[in-house]
Design a protein around this ligand. Structure first.
Ligand code: BG6
Length: 510
């Protein structure tokens, strides 16, 4: 099928415009709704992605009425929206907002919700499409799902209608609880209705990993153990726990970042090309990678993982407290704010190529990147004096900030003698594309509205990621004694340097 038309453009806009629907946000008065969900909905409306009439029902414990709720949303858009507040668009947005103030376990409130949705369908001749969003503490997920099922809101009142449910992270806290949560949700919703969100997949640069690998002919032939020496994935934050101490201390870096965001990055970098770019075909390939990761024994956990907590130090010129002195953190906490690990993927493409992962809070700077180091040139053609500091080729996918892709290679220094220096070829998103990229939540909400689950995590995917992470959690649980520390504002503990140095490598400085 050779055509000069661009299938990605043809009909694209229309096929991505959702049918009229009502979105119901549980936890609508919470931080996530305030910072991310309302601004994302508003931006989708400004950019004309939404149908003319959108109803948003907030469901939360806070005692708001519809008017207070609208004011709250206005405030959230003023503070966090990518695009400034436009009074006309906001008025249209606000006209579809409703609020139910109730406890999540109050059966009566779900009857009230069903009545409200029925009334909106009748008044506005809507087809009965419902998008539920669970933005509550995770302990309420099964409760809300059960109540929705009890009042029949897990199926649309009309034959052509749809009902979907978006579930926020954390999705479980280990393998057993993730399996249990999946089972609880499946009692009410089938898998095609469940959209487990991981906001990393909504990032433009993360989606570009697949485009870079599979829309270009020159990289994929090199993308394997023959040419790649090792891979380093870094998710570094300069922020600390930022008022989320109560949550963070029950999670730690492994659950908060590695189980979801970093496992997504590993699977996108390592997966085989899917046959088609469709939800299940893509997710099948991602799951295969997760299942091919070599399980860690208790001894491997000691040898190939490092966890640590930050001590006080200077970040961006200011003194910051250590992890144990942060609000809501118990003074004897053993929760890690940093973790590093080495993993191996036992398949034909990756056998023997180590993947090093590290993530932490209060590191030297914010940087998320994937660095792929290629093997050295096979024959040292130029003598040592010409190449004192020649480093192997390195391809860096910079996810954030300074989004872009860089290729490092050796170049001849101008002059009459052969001297070679390492230089970079850089692609910068900001320079190549003038458009402002949408926020991750905008992209993901729109996908859920049109029913495209490619960028959402499937049941087997979430369980495969937890399976690996749970072995590490169990290994750590057995280890006694204090956990290492690192000074805030540095690149982590010396133990992490030792982990990678044992294989003859060192961490990159992003
Ligand atoms: C969230 C974590 O999932 O991701 C936070 O809970 C973390 O602890 C955040 O700060 C990082 O996201 P981003 O988009 O800023 O890289």
């Amino acid at each position: 099928m050779h055509s000069t038309a661009n299938p990605l453009r043809e009909g694209l806009v229309e096929s991505r415009r959702p049918q009229p629907f009502t979105m119901i946000i549980f936890g609508a008065a919470g931080d996530l709704a305030h910072r991310k969900l309302f601004p994302a909905l508003y931006n989708l409306m400004v950019d004309h992605w939404l149908p003319h009439q959108v109803n948003v029902v907030g469901f939360s414990r806070q005692p708001f009425d519809d008017d207070n709720f609208r004011k709250e949303i206005k405030h959230s858009i003023e503070q966090f929206s990518r695009q400034p507040l436009n009074a006309d668009v906001f008025d249209q947005f606000a006209s579809g907002m409703h609020y139910i103030s109730a406890n999540f376990n109050d059966p009566q409130a779900y009857i009230e919700l069903r009545n409200l949705l029925t009334r909106l369908n009748e008044e506005q001749h809507l087809p009965g499409n419902y998008l539920f969003y669970l933005a509550t503490p995770p302990s309420f997920y099964p409760i809300i799902a059960e109540h929705l099922g009890a009042v029949g809101l897990n199926v649309s009142p009309s034959e052509q209608g749809w009902v979907r449910i978006i579930v926020e992270k954390p999705f479980g806290r280990d393998l057993a609880s993730a399996i249990e949560l999946n089972a609880q949700l499946h009692k009410v919703f089938d898998e095609t209705q469940i959209f487990r969100i991981d906001h990393y997949l909504g990032k433009e640069t993360v989606q570009n990993i697949l485009v870079f690998r599979f829309a270009n002919g020159i990289f994929e032939p090199l993308w394997n153990r023959q040419y790649i020496d090792h891979v380093q994935i870094t998710v570094a934050e300069s922020l600390g726990v930022e008022g989320r101490g109560t949550y963070y201390d029950t999670a730690g870096a492994l659950r908060d970042i590695v189980q979801n965001h970093m496992m997504q990055l590993v699977s996108l970098i390592a997966m085989e090309p899917p046959v088609v770019f469709e939800a299940d075909a893509v997710r099948d390939e991602k799951v295969k990678v997760l299942k091919a990761i070599r399980p860690l024994s208790t001894r491997d956990v000691t040898q190939f993982t490092v966890r640590a907590q930050y001590d006080e130090g200077y970040v961006e010129g200011s003194m910051v407290p250590g992890y144990l002195d942060e609000p809501d953190i118990p003074s004897d906490s053993r929760t890690e704010s940093y973790m590093a690990m080495r993993l191996l993927i036992d398949n034909w493409r990756w056998a023997g190529v180590p993947f090093y992962l590290r993530t932490g809070k209060r590191l030297a700077k914010r940087a998320t990147e994937i660095a792929i180091q290629f093997k050295k040139a096979p024959h040292r053609f130029f003598n040592q004096t010409a190449t004192p500091d020649l480093e192997p080729n390195l391809l860096t996918l910079k996810i954030q900030p300074d989004e872009g892709i860089a290729l490092r290679f050796g170049a001849k220094v101008p002059g009459p003698v052969v001297r070679i220096r390492t230089v970079n070829m850089d692609f910068l998103y900001g320079t190549s594309f003038a458009d402002q990229a949408p926020e991750a939540y905008e992209r993901l909400l729109l996908d859920a509205m049109i029913g495209d689950s490619t960028l959402f995590t499937r049941k087997d995917e979430v369980e495969a990621a937890w399976s690996l992470v749970t072995t590490i959690l169990n290994g750590w649980e057995r280890a006694k004694g204090p956990i290492p520390t690192y000074e805030a504002g540095t690149w982590g503990p010396p133990e992490a340097d030792e982990l990678i140095a044992r294989d003859g490598f060192r961490w990159r400085r992003p």
